[in-house]
Design a protein around this ligand. Structure first.
Ligand code: HEM
Length: 443
């Protein structure tokens, strides 16, 4: 007989009973306490986080809500566009079955549909916080770029999910968005039919969108979120003053602890629990009392089953895609002989792509708005306003007049132009802007 492994003699008495407690036993096999110390109780973060720093952890909570409710929906949902005996598409009926017959099905479905909107709200706040405090600047460029990839995947996840109930808007949104691929030269048409699995949106499209929505994109999303957190741990958090807590020699004590930092646990675990509790209160208030959110959380047209023979009067998109949809619609004339649809699709994609360049477009010596000059303080709110205006216009019919005066399209064109000019001229205005001298340490 071979000798028992070393670990056994350390952890067990000769009679086989356990020395020490269960945690010691676990630690000897899996480094739980060292992990907790490294990432929570002995992990120092800036002491001046404000409520805008809640949105990262709230994002993790929403991701968990979406994954868990998604698993339960999957138990009853059927990705099948063929018609049942009652004349309704099987996919559409399966969602109705969840809502009416399955125990607590309505709660699971409303949590998932409200969760989608909540996810975007949280991520928009998270991105805006990064812009306010210059969190995308060196050394967090990669963290920021991973974030944009997450955002991109989140859009793909929301879009594929929107198609699944196979309502009127599901069908026609899939039609419009897949059709956008046709603008690509040479491969466009082939790509559209490859994506749809046929010449028009149908059962094959539903099947592939289902597979993307429940397997491929969530896996990629989880992987990217882990990468995002790994990158965050490597460079540490920025803060509302944009001052690095390990930034200068006298910012750390003799043991190397930052004087302007506090351990994440218990200080921020307690604070974030408060933020998460407030978020969940609002979230469940919507789920219980306004699950359709006046047509913003669930669109009315999607309560009618998909009908390939009946185009809806006004094809609109969900509120969180609306600013980008507005850019797509804004370009309605060819420019220099280039097709309008191509330019619209290009503007829509570039509006997200250009964000990846932000760390290099911004030349200001200061990171946070607290130290930046008047140009930034004027342009950033205007940028936010342009984005919100685009969002608002994307939900209006094309003939809408802004303030009863400006045709929707003109307004959307101006806002799109401002959106791009904000970034393209940033290397210039961020350099000449008069910043306040930045302290080496937090107050
Ligand atoms: C599923 C979506 C996301 C989750 C779960 C997530 C999670 C987090 C968490 C937990 C933090 C640390 C806490 C905080 O600073 O708020 C963080 C920081 C950060 N995230 Fe995200 N994030 C997501 C999406 C994004 C996106 C879309 C971007 C940018 C386009 C982004 C950029 C950043 C940056 C730059 C930081 C560092 C901020 C700082 O230190 O000031 N994240 N994220």
């Amino acid at each position: 007989m071979t000798n028992p492994p070393e670990i056994f003699s350390e952890r067990y008495r000769s009679d086989g009973s356990l020395r020490g407690n269960i945690l010691e036993w676990l630690d000897a096999r899996l480094p739980l306490t060292p992990f907790w110390r490294k990432h929570f109780s002995a992990y120092y973060v800036p002491k001046n986080f404000n409520f805008l720093y809640f949105f990262g952890s709230i994002g993790l909570v929403v991701l968990a809500i979406q994954l868990i409710t998604g698993i339960f929906l999957l138990m009853y949902y059927k990705p099948d566009a063929s018609l049942n005996a009652d004349g309704l598409p099987a996919a559409f009926s399966s969602v109705e079955h969840i809502m009416r017959d399955v125990n607590w099905g309505w709660l699971i479905r409303y949590m998932h549909s409200t969760g989608a909107s909540a996810f975007f709200f949280v991520v928009y706040m998270h991105i805006f916080r990064c812009m306010l405090y210059g969190s995308y600047r060196k050394p967090r460029e990669l963290l920021w770029i991973i974030g944009i990839l997450i955002f991109f995947l989140l859009m793909a996840e929301a879009f594929t999910g929107y198609v699944l109930p196979w309502g009127q808007m599901s069908f026609w949104a899939a039609q419009v968005i897949t059709d956008l691929m046709s603008v690509l030269p040479f491969v466009g048409e082939t790509l559209v039919s490859w994506l749809r699995g046929g010449f028009s949106v149908g059962d094959a499209t539903l099947g592939r969108f289902f597979s993307l929505h429940v397997v491929c994109i969530p896996l990629a999303l989880i992987f990217l979120v882990l990468l995002h957190l790994l990158a965050l741990r490597e460079v540490g958090s920025n803060n509302p003053d944009g001052i690095e807590i390990y930034g200068c020699a006298d910012a750390v004590d003799a043991r190397g602890k930052p004087l302007d930092g506090i351990p994440f646990h218990p200080y921020y675990t307690v604070k974030e629990i408060l933020g998460i509790a407030i978020f969940l209160t609002v979230f469940f208030a919507l789920v219980f009392f306004a699950p359709e959110g006046g047509g913003y959380l669930l669109e009315r047209a999607n309560f009618s089953p998909a009908d390939p023979l009946k185009t809806p009067e006004h094809i609109e998109t969900l509120w969180y895609f609306s600013p980008f949809y507005s850019m797509l619609r804004a370009i309605d004339q060819p420019v220099l002989g280039i097709d309008a649809k191509f330019l619209g699709a290009l503007a829509m994609n570039s509006s997200i792509g250009i964000l990846t360049l932000l760390p290099w477009l911004d030349r200001s010596p200061a990171k946070s708005i607290r130290y930046r000059g008047p140009i930034f303080k004027i342009l950033l709110p205007l940028f936010a306003l342009a984005f919100l205006t685009l969002g608002f216009l994307g939900k209006q019919p094309p003939e809408y007049l802004l303030f009863g005066l400006i045709p929707a399209n003109r307004a959307a064109q101006s806002a799109t132009l401002f959106y791009f000019l904000f970034f393209l001229t940033m290397p210039w205005w961020s350099k000449i802007d008069k910043c306040k001298p930045q302290r080496p340490r937090l107050k």
